[in-house]
Write a protein that binds this ligand. Sequence first.
Ligand code: NAD
Length: 280
Amino acid sequence: MKIMIIGAGQMGSGIAQVCAMNGYEVFLHDLTLELVEKGRNGIKKQLQRQIEKERLTEQDADRFLQRIQTSTELRNAKNADIIIEAAVENMEVKKNLFTKLDSYAPAHAILATNTSSLPITEIAAATNRADKVIGMHFMNPVPVMKLVEVIRGLATSQETFDKVYSLAESLKKTAVEVNDFPGFVSNRILMPMINEAIYTVFEGVATPEDVDEVMKLGMNHPMGPLTLADFIGLDTCLAIMETLHEGFGDDKYRPCPLLRKYVKAGWLGKKSGRGFYRYS
Ligand code: NAD
C-alpha cells in the first residue's frame, strides 16, 4: 500500500516517519522542494537520535528513509492508495487540496485529513467521494504518541472507516472512534484549557513559567499548557479556537487576544523559535 502525505511540517513528517517504519512506501509532499527536504531531514535527525540510543541500527534507518520519496507535484496522488493531508489548519487550503486530490487519485483511494478541528463533512463535500473521506487525527509528536482519533464524516462509509482503523493499528497506534463535531474530543477538551492558560498570563495572574509549574506539579500534567501550546504551534492553536468559537457559537471559546497578538508577531512557538518560550 502506498501512502501520500500532504504537508511535510511537524505532523506530516512525523506521519511519514511512522508509516515508513511500519513498512509502507511513502510520498512526502509539500509546496517546494526546500520544504519537503526540510521535513525529510527532520526525519533523518529523529532516526539518528534512535541510533544513538541504540534503539535502531543504521541499516534499518537507511531502509526507512529509502521508503520515503519526496514530491512537489500533487499529481503523484495517482500512485497512492491512501492520502493523509497534514497541511495548514485552514479550511480553504484543505478544500482546495481535496478537490485536486479527488481528481488525481485513483477511484479506490481514501482521502484522510489530519485536521485538528475542521469539519470532515465540509472537507468531504469538496470532493466527489465523500464516502472515502475521513479524519485521521494523529497526536504530536507522531512517533511517540499512541493515539489516533478516527473521525467519521456524515457520509464516511464503514469500509473506509474499517480500513483507516486497521491502518492506525498497523502503525502501532490506538485508534479511537469519534464523530464529526468541532474539535472532535481531543481539542474540544485540550484547547479551551490552553486558551484559559493564555488568559491567565494575559490578565497578569502569573508568568508562563508559573502557569506551567502549577499544572505540572498541581495537576500532574507531564507538560504545562503553555509549553504544549508552543509545541503544537500557536497558529494551529488559534485556528482550533476559532473553529470551536464559530462551530459552537459560544463566547466561552473566544481566542485570547494575547494568542492573536503572538500569531500576528510570527511567534508561533517552537517551530518559529519563539512563542511563550524561546528556542534556539
Ligand atoms: P506545520 O506548519 O508544521 O506544517 C504545515 C506544512 O503544510 C508546511 O510545511 C506547509 O508548507 C505545508 N503546506 C501548506 N499549504 C500546503 C499546500 N497547499 N500543499 C501542500 N503543503 C502545504 O503544521 P503542523 O503542526 O504539521 O500541522 C499540520 C496539520 O496537522 C494541521 O491541520 C494541524 O491542525 C494538524 N495537527 C497539528 C498538531 C500539532 O500538534 N501541531 C497535532 C495534530 C494535528
